[in-house]
Design a protein around this ligand. Structure first.
Ligand SMILES: [Ca+2]
Length: 200
């Protein structure tokens, strides 16, 4: 990224939460860039090793793969390709807001077929406390109720006056550290009416 990925590519990344308040990404292929981001440092004390309390959260800044033919598979742990650990298989341009691992490692495997490439993807990643789904944000022109991101927590969304909510009004943090849905979007109702009137 942002240069188109090559055909017949097999790229693998393993992101590991370290016990030094940092996350490392091991890249076996540098075809795509995996962008680092600043990490919040955690100074709380614990008798458990730090990495046991941390999981990996990724979110996509950009994502576009050839729909149906090129895929990015994301899994939990360090066993790349292990079908039992797969969290998501992504293709095309639609992605979840966040993907969170269950353990201190997450693997990513990009596979492209023999023809037609696209721009690939760009992700941010960080470590967060375990049993959490991460902060999915608030929709533009929207309001969020609830600020817990742990397993079992629920977030409710509304849109500002004049905006229509598209998607789920309520999402919950599931035990697999994934939100039950993406956050909704808020669409300007008045703007749509205006456009319709203009075309009539
Ligand atoms: Ca392709």
């Amino acid at each position: 990224f942002p240069i188109q990925y090559e055909s017949n590519s097999q790229c693998v990344w393993i992101i590991t939460a370290s016990n030094l308040n940092k996350v490392r990404a091991k890249m076996s292929h540098e075809n795509l860039s995996l962008r680092n981001r600043s990490f919040s440092s955690d100074t709380s004390l614990s008798i458990m090793p730090h990495f046991c309390r941390q999981v990996i959260q990724i979110n996509f800044e950009e994502f576009d793969l050839e729909l149906g033919y090129d895929t990015l598979t994301i899994g939990d742990g360090g066993e790349v390709g292990d079908p039992k650990t797969i969290l998501q298989v992504l293709t095309g341009s639609f992605v979840p807001d966040l993907i969170v691992s269950m353990t201190h490692q997450m693997w990513l495997h990009l596979q492209s077929d023999e023809s037609v490439g696209s721009i690939g993807f760009k992700i941010n990643y960080k470590e967060i406390d375990k049993e959490s789904c991460g902060d999915p944000g608030t929709p533009l022109y929207g309001i969020r109720e609830g600020d817990g991101f742990s397993n079992g927590d629920v977030l409710r969304f509304e849109c500002q006056f004049g905006f229509e909510l598209i998607g789920e009004k309520t999402i919950s943090c599931q035990n697999n550290n994934q939100w039950s849905a993406n956050i909704p979007i808020c669409i300007c109702e008045y703007c749509q009416c205006y456009c319709t009137l203009q075309t009539d």
